[in-house]
Design a protein around this ligand. Structure first.
Ligand SMILES: CC(C)(COP(=O)(O)OP(=O)(O)OC[C@H]1O[C@@H](n2cnc3c(N)ncnc32)[C@H](O)[C@@H]1OP(=O)(O)O)[C@@H](O)C(=O)NCCC(=O)NCCS
Length: 154
C-alpha cells in the first residue's frame, strides 16, 4: 500500500469505519449516501479507502469502481476541518498508483457548481469531456454534472 504524507495514513475501509464515513459524507454532500450504500460498496469489492489522522480518526475517504481497464471515482470527501491541506490530492495520486498499470483511464462526475472539486481534478490532470443535464438535485431544482476523464499513462 503506498504511503500518504505524514501524519496521514491510507488504508482499506472496514466495516468498523462505516459510521464515521457516513457522518463525514453527511457533512460533505447535499444528497449524502447512506451508511448502507457504503456497506454495499465494500461488499461489492469496490476500491474503498480511508485516510486517518494520528489518532486513527477517519478524515477522508474515496470509493472507486473498476471495470476492465477503466475506473470511476464514485465518491470522495475530506472532513471540513481538514480541507486545503493536500489530503484529497495525495489520496487521488496514491489511488492512481494503485490502479496502474491495469487501468488506462479514470472517470468521474462533478457538480458544475463544485469549484473546489473541479479545481482539484483539473490540477490532477482530469479534463472535461461532457455534461449530464440536470443530473444532481439542488435546494431549488437540479444542476448539471460535468464529466471528467484522466488518462493514466503506464
Ligand atoms: C473537493 C474536496 C475533496 C477537496 O479536498 P481537499 O483535501 O481540501 O483538497 P486539497 O487540499 O488536496 O486541494 C488540492 C487542490 O485542489 C484545489 N482546491 C481544493 N479545494 C479548493 C477550494 N475550496 N477552492 C479552490 N480550489 C480548491 C486547489 O488547487 C488545491 O491546491 P492548493 O490548496 O495548493 O491551492 C473537499 O473540498 C471536499 O471534501 N468537498 C466536499 C465533498 C465533495 O465535493 N466531493 C467531491 C464530489 S465530486
Amino acid at each position: 500500500m503506498p504511503e500518504m504524507p505524514a501524519p496521514w495514513q491510507l488504508r482499506p475501509m472496514q466495516e468498523a469505519d462505516l459510521a464515521a464515513v457516513a457522518t463525514l459524507e453527511a457533512q460533505s454532500q447535499f444528497t449524502p449516501w447512506s451508511e448502507q450504500v457504503f456497506r454495499d460498496c465494500l461488499s461489492e469489492g469496490y476500491l474503498c479507502r480511508v485516510v486517518t489522522d494520528v489518532a486513527g480518526a477517519v478524515v477522508a475517504f474515496v470509493i472507486i469502481y473498476c471495470v476492465l481497464d477503466e475506473a470511476h471515482v464514485l465518491n470522495i470527501a475530506v472532513a471540513p476541518g481538514y480541507q486545503r491541506r493536500g489530503i484529497a490530492a495525495a489520496l487521488l495520486r496514491e489511488m492512481m498508483d494503485v490502479l496502474r498499470p491495469d487501468t488506462r483511464c479514470l472517470f468521474l462526475e462533478v457538480r458544475e457548481s463544485n469549484q473546489a472539486a473541479r479545481a482539484l481534478y483539473q490540477r490532477l490532470g482530469f479534463v472535461g469531456t461532457g455534461m449530464r443535464r440536470n443530473y444532481y438535485r439542488t435546494a431549488d431544482g437540479h444542476e448539471d454534472a460535468v464529466l471528467m476523464r484522466c488518462e493514466l499513462p503506464a
